[in-house]
Design a protein around this ligand. Structure first.
Ligand code: PGA
Length: 930
């Protein structure tokens, strides 16, 4: 298995190194195959690969038939081995590519500034300096930028942790091979170790035997903090400060903490009944444990570095005084106090370690622990000042400033946890509570206006609503318990542990007010005697369907007009957070319409907020697969209209991208530096708007294209009565639900309605079957209704592509989707539809839309082939295809066999396992889960 290489390089010698690694790992896999299954296994796998390659080149129907026959006639054991061989091959190729990314960065960095890597921090700082951006504008930019990356468990990693760890070990060993000083024997030893790792991979089950629990998911997220983020984030800040000093040498730079991580895991309960108030509490406890454990480790390490002796240096009196105070309050056993009293830093650190260790303990002497991160910071600054007093500033810069940054970034809560719940849950709790109190018989049936009036009245009324003497239903109690837990958590874990409460499917102002009224019940919202409002939990709407995106500006306008609501915003620095859902808007209206409507909503909501002098922080719920708005982090930042990033940006980092972005320090660093550079660029553009004279015209055209596209999309998805059956039969949707990749059910409320199907399995199933329908369908029809064969109109679209970044990125994303989709493979899946006539009809409709979309894109871009402008990706897809194809044909075969057992007494467990293995293999091959 030696041929695929994916060229992501500029230089050919660098390219050869990637080829070398892929070949090397492919050979090792070949060796393991022979060792485990004999030469016959390798031969079989090679035969299938060769046929698949030839088929791609010739598309000869006779050969296709022969290929299918070979696939069909495989024994179950051979089939199993072949699936695993291809799947593991992709894992190895992905590792090699990842390593290569780090290698390229190192190549640039070796040139020490002569050769600056595009999209790096140095690149953007140098560019702005060259554009003569003055120091004060640069300072302002640093004050404006803010990015929060929020980890979700969506879907949690398809790859098991143990498998990820093997990947990591392989990556590290392959990287070592680049070291020119390795001896022959060391090289041999590395090779032997790699054979053993690949063999372990071969004998390790890549499928989970049970669904992860929510706390498993939480631990999975924490792994990235522990392994990479804790160190990588401070490095990033250091680099930004270094570059600022280099390009603006006359200024003393202090970069504020603009980039942080947050999390949903353990807080997001929308459609996941396993996320209870108790679990949220346990999550926060785990967060704090990790943060404190990290500080303890760092302080212990500092003991080795801060051996400065008062025989040689003068430390500050305030340091000595603080040690005296510690001594009075903290009673350490004599053997635990640093013995050498000429080494005050080490003495101070022993007390600091003790205080960190006591921080979670209740009932401990109040002076023997830290009550807040600020207290720990105060001690660190004290040390910093003292070190500088005797000119140990290098030590202060390297060690103390890093820890200070870490404490500033991670506090004692590690990462802010957001809570999310569906609006309907609040409504039904409200309904019950208000009926029990004789305030409204049927709250849910009230008009929106009446709801708003009632809820505003309740907010202005200081009296509580619920009675401790009454019993409420279990679901209402769970809703209210979450608020109680949040209130208690803010006291226990610090006010920043949870500050945002997201409301899925927000459709009216009342959805936000309900959350406030429930919050008021436990003291998260209070109107004080002087009339002012204190609020520590912000309700944030999540707009996710096309209709809701349309309604969003008006909803926000209404909310901002309600004094009871508006008065709460100053407590959040006058910023209102608003979340936009990329997946569900896409599932509802199709990709083109969703993209367009998201942009309109962003701009219109921004205008509404301006009228009320409220700043906005948009939270983009996107990432992972294309149909869910997935794209590299920096591109997703640059895709936002710059004027909408004023109050900061939040973006979800979906479960399945966590391992590819954050498992390895070098990759995590690169992703985050690209994000930082994009952020600085956007902030600069917001201050220096580009010429937009044609934009109004472009927007009018885009609106009409989007309307047509939405119609075309919804005609198929919502109005064709055969469609939902087709989808379930022509994709592995039901089997995707069996993957045990997340704690959350694939459907809301276990219902079979299309509306209740989560967007993730929707996209995942279409990706597996190579339709990738959510990522491109109906775009062609939209464009076509505008062009209508008219050359002037086509020229207009060309102009839009060349000059309007929104349009060009939309078209380029469509290209990516079309390039990855494959109608020949998709047809094989379509043939599984039980109603053959409807199946054929729907497939033809999809195929002709695919052709139309491709044609129009080629005309607009002036390219010969899809993705000609992104040759790296084009090449990668071409090289990967012959390896993915056998997995696809095998998946269809296995699905057909499995499904033919329905209604019989046959046991499909083994077949299902095989299907799941093909799903993992295809996901690795296409580098896409959800
Ligand atoms: P959601 O997420 O279904 O939880 O809203 C969608 C996604 O992550 O794509």
């Amino acid at each position: 298995m030696t041929e695929t290489t994916i060229d992501t390089t500029q230089g050919s010698s660098s390219h050869q190194l990637l080829r070398r690694d892929v070949r090397f790992l492919g050979n090792i896999l070949g060796e393991v195959l022979i060792h485990q299954g004999g030469q016959e296994l390798l031969n079989l796998e090679e035969q299938i690969r060769e046929m698949s390659k030839t088929l791609r080149a010739s598309s000869d129907p006779a050969l296709l038939q022969e290929f299918k026959n070979v696939i069909r006639s495989l024994s179950p054991e051979d089939r199993h081995n072949v699936v695993r061989a291809f799947a593991i091959y992709f894992q190895l190729v992905n590792i090699a590519e990842q390593n290569h990314r780090i290698r390229r960065k190192r190549d640039y960095d070796r040139s020490s500034g002569e050769n600056i890597q595009p999209n790096s921090i140095e690149n953007i700082v140098a560019e702005l300096r060259n554009a003569n951006v003055p120091v004060d504008q640069m300072q302002e930019i640093l004050q404006t930028i803010s990015l929060e990356l929020v980890m979700t468990a969506h879907p949690t990693e398809a790859t098991r942790r143990v498998v990820l760890e093997i990947h990591q070990r392989i990556a590290e060993d392959v990287m070592k091979l680049d070291n020119p000083s390795l001896t022959h024997r060391e090289r041999e030893q590395l090779r032997e170790k790699l054979v053993s790792e690949v063999l372990t991979l071969w004998q390790t089950d890549e499928l989970r035997d049970r669904k992860p629990t929510v706390l498993d998911e939480v631990r999975n997220g924490l792994y990235y903090f522990d392994e990479t983020l804790f160190d990588v984030l401070p490095e990033l800040y250091q680099e930004l400060e270094r570059c600022l000093r280099k390009y603006y040498p006359d200024t003393d730079w202090a970069v504020p903490s603009f980039l942080r991580f947050g999390s949903w895991i353990g807080g997001d309960r929308d459609g996941n009944p396993s996320v209870t108030a108790k679990i949220t509490w346990e999550t926060l406890t785990l967060h704090r444990q990790l943060a404190l454990q990290k500080y303890e480790q760092q302080l212990m390490q500092l003991m080795n570095h801060l051996s400065f002796s008062t025989n040689i240096v003068n430390v500050t009196p305030e340091l000595l005084e603080s040690i005296e105070t510690d001594k009075q309050h903290i009673h350490l056993k004599s053997e635990d106090v640093w013995r050498n009293d000429k080494e005050p830093y080490r003495i101070k650190l022993t007390y600091m370690v003790e205080k960190v260790a006591n921080t979670q303990a209740h009932g401990k002497n109040a002076n023997a622990k830290y009550h807040s991160p600020d207290e720990l910071l105060a001690d660190l600054w004290l040390i910093d000042r003292s070190l500088r007093n005797h000119f140990a500033d290098y030590t202060a810069d390297i060690y103390i400033r890093k820890l200070i940054r870490q404490v500033e970034l991670f506090g004692f809560h590690l990462a802010g946890l957001d809570v999310r719940q569906h609006s309907k849950e609040h409504e039904s709790a409200m309904n019950e509570i208000l009926a029990r109190m004789n305030i409204a018989d049927n709250y849910a049936a009230l008009s929106e206006g009446d709801k708003i009036a009632l809820l505003s009245r309740l907010l202005n009324d200081p009296r509580p609503l619920m009675s401790p003497y009454m019993e409420y239903s279990e679901s209402t109690m769970e809703v209210i318990n979450v608020y109680k837990a949040i209130k208690a958590a803010q006291a226990e874990f610090g006010p920043k542990c949870i500050t945002t409460y997201l409301i899925s499917m927000t459709q009216g102002a009342s959805d936000l007010l309900e959350v406030m009224v429930l919050g008021k019940e436990v003291g998260l919202y209070r109107r004080e005697a002087d009339g002012s409002v204190r609020c520590t939990l912000q309700p944030a709407p999540l707009f996710e369907t096309i209709d809701d995106l349309h309604a969003a500006p008006e909803i926000m306008d209404t909310v901002f007009n309600i004094p009871a609501y508006r008065d709460s915003i100053p407590d959040f620095n006058n910023i209102q957070e608003i979340m936009l859902g990329y997946s569900d808007s896409n599932k509802d209206g199709g990709v083109l319409t969703a993209n367009w409507e998201l942009r309109v909503a962003l701009k219109e909501i921004t205008k509404a907020a301006k009228r009320h002098q409220v700043k906005l922080k948009f939270f983009h719920g996107r990432g992972g697969a294309l149909g869910r708005g997935g794209m590299p982090l920096n591109r997703s930042i640059l895709a936002q209209p710059p004027e909408t990033i004023g109050g900061g940006i939040k973006i979800t980092e979906q479960g399945e991208v966590l391992s590819s972005r954050y498992a390895i320090k070098g990759i995590a660093y690169r992703s985050l530096e690209q994000a930082t550079s994009a952020l600085i660029q956007s902030a600069y553009l917001a201050k220096n708007p580009q010429d937009t004279k044609d934009e109004a015209e472009f927007e009018t055209i885009m609106r009409s294209i989007s309307e047509e596209s939405q119609k075309k999309y919804q005609d198929l998805i919502f109005r064709d009565s055969d469609f939902y059956h087709f989808f379930k039969e022509a994709t592995p949707l039901p089997e995707v639900g069996e993957l045990n990749i997340g704690s959350r059910p694939a459907k809301r409320k276990g219902s079979d309605r299309f509306e209740d199907l989560r967007a993730i399995p929707w996209v995942f199933a279409w990706t597996q079957s190579r339709f990738l329908l959510p990522a491109w369908y109906a775009a062609g029809s939209g464009l076509q209704t505008y062009v209508q064969g008219n050359p002037d109109r086509l020229n207009k679209l060309k102009q839009m592509y060349e000059t309007w970044s929104f349009f060009s990125s939309t078209i380029d994303n469509l290209q990516m989707a079309l390039g990855k989709a494959d109608m020949l493979i998709a047809q094989e899946y379509a043939q599984m539809a039980k109603n053959t006539e409807a199946g054929q009809r729907i497939f033809e409709q999809i195929r002709s839309e695919y052709e139309l979309t491709s044609q129009l894109i080629l005309q607009i871009t002036g390219q010969k082939e899809i993705l000609d402008n992104q040759s790296v990706i084009q090449e990668s897809i071409k090289l990967r295809n012959p390896y993915v194809d056998p997995l696809s044909y095998l998946q269809v075969q296995l699905l057909s066999e499995l499904r033919s057992l329905e209604g019989t007494s046959g046991d499909g467990a083994e077949l299902l396992r095989e299907v799941l293995l093909t799903i993992n293999g295809i996901a690795a091959g296409l580098r896409n889960t959800g």
